[in-house]
Design a protein around this ligand. Structure first.
Ligand code: AKB
Length: 316
């Protein structure tokens, strides 16, 4: 049994992870939300909820005490493109919020999962099969908060013994909650356009490869790493994980196999393109495989079949 607090539970990852955690664990799985992003439907009905703004350490501590929390999933973040228009807020949430979470975890002895991202790498990281341990000098505020978060989480483990763990998520693709303000969002929106019969305007240039992952694999990674036996860990914050990589042309052709009439045009977004150009084409995830048994289940074919069938039902 675990008692879990999910901070940012109504966001892109949280709205699915919270439901999945409640299916697995018999203890409290608390949906932590902020004003203006209140839980609804399954999230609201499936278990307890608490207002937890990550920038307010007192709210985190109160929820941890009230629900006897032993594990915190910290999913609060502004995604890469939107963070560029609000760098101060991105830092307050990504670094200040993580610091609050780690302090509460230190005092109240909680384990903490905080996702990092492919955005933690930069122009001078090796782009193909980016190694687990390599240069990380991102130029986006999102990436800077993610690298800082990785180091801060490792510090709390080494210095205070807080059980911090993390994975570097690729772009996440799902039919449930739409992403907002990311660089990899096009890989979700393209499926919606295909099912709605719209021409897709792609903001990312052909030939721009990025790592991507289907949400069920991402949820499994977040759960499995927190369940893993840490005796084999050489790393903690944060593990490269990977399942597939593609550029807009590859995903477009894949979708056209199932929706032959689908059309895509390019509508260049300079901000997103510059960010995408600085990110890896593909990650080397051999450390995650060796240290806690990471293995993806979805490739681009299996994901496309599943996405299209769920979206057809959802948008019907
Ligand atoms: C984004 O595009 O900002 C995110 C990410 C890869 O971290 N999806």
């Amino acid at each position: 049994m675990k008692n879990i607090l999910v901070i940012g539970a109504t966001g892109q990852i949280g709205s699915e992870l919270t439901v999945r955690l409640r299916e697995i664990y018999t203890g409290n799985v608390v949906c932590g939300y902020i004003k203006g992003a209140e839980p609804q439907g399954l999230l609201l009905e499936g278990g307890p909820s608490a207002e937890v703004d990550i920038t307010d350490a007192r709210q985190i501590a109160e929820a941890v005490d009230k629900y006897k929390i032993d594990t915190i999933y910290n999913l609060a973040a502004l995604l890469s493109a939107v963070a560029e228009s609000k760098p101060q807020l991105a830092w307050r949430i990504g670094v200040g919020g993580l610091f609050n979470t780690l302090e509460v975890a230190r005092e109240k002895k909680c384990a903490v999962f905080t996702p990092s991202s492919i955005g933690s790498f930069g122009k001078n990281s090796p782009h193909v099969h980016t190694p687990q341990d390599t240069i990380q000098r991102p130029e986006t505020i999102y990436g800077i908060t993610k690298v800082t978060g990785e180091m801060l989480s490792d510090y709390y483990y080494r210095r205070f013994g807080v059980d911090t763990r993390s994975v570097r998520f690729p772009g996440l693709i799902s039919y449930v909650a739409p992403p907002g303000g990311g660089t990899t969002d096009y890989a979700v929106h393209i499926y919606y356009s295909a099912v709605k019969g719209e021409v897709f305007k792609c903001p990312i240039n052909p030939g721009t490869f990025m790592d991507m992952m289907y949400m069920p694999d991402a949820l499994r990674a977040a759960i499995e790493i927190m369940e893993a036996d840490p005796s084999k860990f050489v790393h903690r914050n944060s593990f490269n994980i990977a399942s597939m990589g593609f550029d807009p042309e590859i995903i477009y052709s894949k979708i056209k196999e199932y929706v032959p009439e689908f059309k895509m045009e390019y509508d260049h977004d300079p901000l997103r393109q510059a960010i995408a150009d600085s990110w890896p084409d593909s990650l080397d995830d051999s450390c995650a495989r060796a240290e806690w048994g990471w293995k993806p289940e979805y490739d681009i074919d299996k994901m496309t079949v599943d996405m299209l069938s769920h979206l057809r039902k959802k948008l019907d």
